[in-house]
Design a protein around this ligand. Structure first.
Ligand SMILES: Nc1ncnc2c1ncn2[C@@H]1O[C@H](COP(=O)(O)OP(=O)(O)OP(=O)(O)O)[C@@H](O)[C@H]1O
Ligand code: SF4
Ligand SMILES: [Mg+2]
Length: 358
């Protein structure tokens, strides 16, 4: 038996993959464990979008989720809200939020969850706003849904507070406008304001700055980070940009083909990336900055489709270190961290450290 295999065998106990820097005595705010999401295709087949994905986010923590397009970042995060069409979606595994089972929630509980306990910001904010109504109309409408007991004055005050918290220096002026009378940065701050109306304990931000110029991006990210710190609000920040991760996040989950392959505190991940895929991602982007390109210079090939009968490491078709052992059986997460938890899904993490170009 090689040293690598021996080390792997010692460390790999089939334990729960909490993927958290927190101790297990301090429960996470939201946990996704062994989640499988299948969508019904036009031919009636149930195709897996993610399979065996696990991560958790602690209270007040900003978790960055990165990976190439199509690896399941959005599908996984939005499972926390069960946003997908129930007639065409099947879930298996565990999704819990504040110790409640999200997959078992009825419609009424889901309505309370969406927008009130969990806020959302989407990539394309314009499509979430109605061009025919003022910002005030749209904010007030949301308040009415979540807080029907509030008077008009109380509701207006709530809207003002949310817009100020989202970085507006003139909430009343902003509320009087229609969406087309605002810049992209203002619109994205309105979206953050909308997400804050219910004082959520978790914010899911899916590529919140992709459509913005660099200066506005930085402002929006600063607002998100500040909100997280001030309110002890957790954030799941989905991004293509390693620079954003380095700037804003506390911890990172790297996804590949419907699974998390590495997770660690942000400084640890950048200083000691251990999965060959993470090292490839970092090698393909400028140091500590820049978007993940469509084609990764350091990694051959492109992302295959996720097959439901897949066995072994899903990265094996592109990995420079792949051997027969990698595809013999599914690869579990192992903790390679010293002070903080650092989980990697690879049987050759010690080799990966030495041999994969970074
Ligand atoms: N509503 C849907 N119906 C069918 N398949 C879907 C649906 N939504 C996502 N998928 C598929 O699930 C997989 C994961 O998609 P997802 O949108 O989560 O990727 P992503 O990592 O967020 O990518 P991107 O970076 O491009 O946003 C993809 O193969 C995608 O085609
Ligand atoms: S398990 Fe094997 S194929 Fe998968 S990432 Fe590690 S070395 Fe590469
Ligand atoms: Mg996405």
């Amino acid at each position: 038996m090689s040293m690598t295999q021996a080390a792997h065998d010692i460390q790999t106990t089939k334990r729960d993959v909490m993927s958290s820097t927190q101790t297990e005595a301090q429960p996470a705010l939201a946990t996704i464990r062994d989640l499988e999401v299948r969508f019904r295709g036009e031919d009636g087949a149930w195709n897996p979008a993610v399979e065996g994905v696990s991560y958790s986010v602690g209270r007040g923590e900003i978790l960055g989720v990165v990976g190439e397009s199509g690896c399941g970042k959005s599908v996984t995060a939005f499972s926390l809200l069960r946003l997908h069409d129930p007639a065409a979606t099947k879930y298996a595994g565990e999704v819990s939020f504040e110790d409640e089972d999200v997959l078992a929630m009825d419609e009424a509980a889901l309505r309370r969850l969406r927008g009130r306990r969990i806020g959302m910001i989407f990539q394309n904010p314009m499509s979430s706003l109605d061009p025919l109504f003022t910002i005030k109309d749209q904010l007030m409408e949301t308040v009415k849904v979540h807080f029907p007991e509030e008077s008009r004055q109380e509701a207006l005050e709530r809207c003002r507070r949310a817009l100020s918290a989202a970085g507006s220096d003139d909430p009343d002026g902003w509320m009087a406008r229609y969406p087309h009378q605002m810049s992209g940065g203002m619109i994205q701050r309105v979206m953050i304001g909308l997400a804050l109306l219910g004082d959520p304990s978790l914010l899911i931000a899916d590529e919140p700055t992709t459509a913005l110029d660099v200066t506005t991006q930085a402002q929006v990210l600063r607002v998100i980070k500040q909100l997280s710190r001030e309110r002890d609000m957790s954030v799941i920040l989905i991004t293509h940009d390693m620079g954003v991760v380095a700037e804003v996040c506390d911890r990172v989950a790297v996804m590949y083909l419907g699974q998390v392959v590495e997770t660690a505190p942000v400084e640890e991940l950048f200083a000691h990336p251990r999965h060959p895929y993470t090292r490839g991602l970092l090698a393909s982007t400028p140091p500590m900055a820049g978007p993940i390109p469509d084609r990764l210079s350091a990694i051959e090939g492109s992302v295959p489709r996720l097959a439901s009968d897949h066995v072994g490491c899903r990265f094996a078709t592109r990995c420079p270190l792949a051997t027969a052992a990698c595809v013999a059986e599914d690869v579990e997460m192992i903790d390679v961290g010293s002070s903080a938890r650092h989980d990697v899904r690879c049987i050759k993490t010690d080799l990966a450290l030495e041999e994969v170009p970074a």
